[in-house]
Design a protein around this ligand. Sequence first.
Ligand code: NAD
Ligand code: GLY
Length: 359
Amino acid sequence: MDELRVELGERAYPIVVGPGLIDDAARLRASIPASAAVVTSERIAPLYLGRISAALRGAGVPTIEIVLPDGESAKTAATLEMVYSALLEKRCDRKTTLVALGGGVVGDLTGFAAATYQRGVPYVQVPTTLLAQVDSSVGGKTAINHPLGKNMIGAFHQPNLVLIDTATLASLPEREYRSGLAEVIKYGLIDDLDFLAWLEGHLDALLARDAQALTHAILRSCSIKARIVAADERESGMRAWLNLGHTFGHAIEAGLGYGEWLHGEAVAAGMVAAADLSARLGYIGTADVERVVRLIARAGLPVAAPNFGPDRYLGLMRGDKKSEAGAIRYVLLTRLGVARVEPVADAIVAATLATVATG
Ligand code: NAD
Ligand code: GLY
């Protein structure tokens, strides 16, 4: 088992990584002092819910289970209310720790329930998708979707523990797994050229889900995210780098209708757009852009975005949470391994869209 820490003073917490951790009763017990409510989805429950509940109960933790509908379409106020109702019906009090067992949808929604139930209760993240293990479970961003926008209702609420059982990835469908790789590649691009080179050298091992390569990729990703979150918890500066490709990506998801492309797929094409834009601004060269495209394509992820036309893209992107007074702020690459955030003239963005949004 490997361990990292998110250094946030009195809200600091560990990230533990290893195979079989959902059965580790002692590790769970150490972060859950009283009772637990495990929140998961219909798809994950048959795979892992019985095991984690057995571990908790075996360690003497009174445990209830809450099983929600699955997927992004269930990341809603109605599903959130199901969690509140179950907690109230079972008379869960402020000492109850919520345990989010699942992907980013379960993690974000459970985290928001924990931020708000009885003005805030503790929670533990047990991420089971690659995307959640390298990104959404770390950093305390919690949210649900609103019909008018994704992740528009939420709170910052840090977990007490992130417990990453790498063995749970064995059951993850291939498309979901590759979608998670987009976020792993993101860390190399924004922060760590050596990691980017390592990814280029080990992509085949990662695609084969080689345990050693996977553990290294998860640890490296989490340590980059932990450092950025510790430096800028509320995203007043460098945390925005974590949104490389997401401004274009969210426009792709919204434009196609949520669920058509997976989040990581949209981010992958969005990172190609961000690289192209960075080259147009003279920050990186065309060889760098080609390097980004090659790696993303090798990961089996899209390198071209759907063609909605520049006006629709710009309209969708103005709704991004990074926009300020209607000005879209893009995460760009100053060079590979170094990010920056700035507004860009619409005409230059349109030129990027003409090159990348050709699908
Ligand atoms: P998801 O939670 O919908 O999971 C994808 C699918 O895989 C679901 O059907 C799920 O049931 C299934 N699944 C999960 N684990 C499995 C396993 N081990 N075996 C088999 N099937 C499994 O999607 P996701 O990609 O994990 O997360 C996407 C969400 O994360 C989005 O809502 C996005 O907004 C959010 N997100 C949040 C942050 C953050 O910082 N909070 C960061 C990135 C993304
Ligand atoms: N996934 C972006 C963030 O956590 O800030």
